[in-house]
Design a protein around this ligand. Structure first.
Ligand code: FE2
Length: 217
């Protein structure tokens, strides 16, 4: 048994060395789970000004636009595009709020609607909104370090950072999935995740908008 384990360890070291000697290979990467960087790849950054319309409290949004904070960065690896291949991406979503609403991603649904996706949390504390396009059902599920979320097909999804440190996660999906941002931008999500008494709560968007109107009156 001990001999077998030793052989396994040697084999693993040998494989790692082969990969490190071939950094140009597109099927082996090293990444940093703290700042969500992938060696040799450039992230795409999204600032508040890029996605300002998704937030419910537009007055708070306009105030914060003076600082235009970075909300998130995504590094996509889309090197393999044959039938059956996978795409994957590493994202970091910053902590913070627009008014009472936590920083979140733009959200999307896959252009190829049946395509599912797996999210793998590496760092931080967050949530995902999952909204079934066919039924309109919307739910919030936790996404945090050492947890996964399965996003079924036909389901719009958005990530939200409800913690006080960056939320870092992988997403892995079919290379045929594609991203449809327009459908989500048009209707937004039915639910919002907002801070209430220091804790994240999930609310209907219409109820939260009514609260904002009442607070402004
Ligand atoms: Fe997705």
């Amino acid at each position: 048994m001990k001999t077998h384990q030793k052989k396994q360890q040697n084999y693993r070291i040998q494989v790692d060395m082969e990969q490190s000697l071939q950094p140009e290979r597109s099927d082996a990467f090293s990444f940093d789970a703290i700042n969500a960087s992938i060696t040799g790849r450039t992230p795409t950054a999204r600032y508040l000004s890029d996605i300002q319309t998704i937030f419910a409290d537009q007055m708070a949004c306009h105030t914060l636009l003076a600082q235009n904070p970075l909300l998130y960065c995504v590094t996509q690896i889309e090197d393999h595009n044959d039938e059956g291949d996978l795409h994957y991406g590493l994202a970091v979503l910053m902590p913070g709020k627009v008014g009472r609403e936590y920083f979140m991603t733009k959200g999307h649904i896959h252009a190829w609607r049946p395509a599912a996706e797996v999210y793998i949390g590496l760092r931080g504390r967050g949530m995902m909104l999952l909204e079934d396009e066919r039924t309109g059902e919307c739910r919030a599920v936790p996404l945090a370090a050492n947890s996964t979320v399965y996003v079924p097909g036909y389901t719009a999804h958005r990530t939200i950072n409800v913690g006080d440190e960056p939320l870092v996660y992988w997403g892995v999906l079919s290379s045929a999935a594609g991203h449809d941002y327009g459908a989500v931008a048009e209707r937004n999500f039915r639910l919002v995740v907002v801070e209430q008494d220091g804790q994240p709560v999930v609310m209907e968007r219409t109820d939260f908008l009514a609260e904002l109107v009442e607070a402004a009156a």
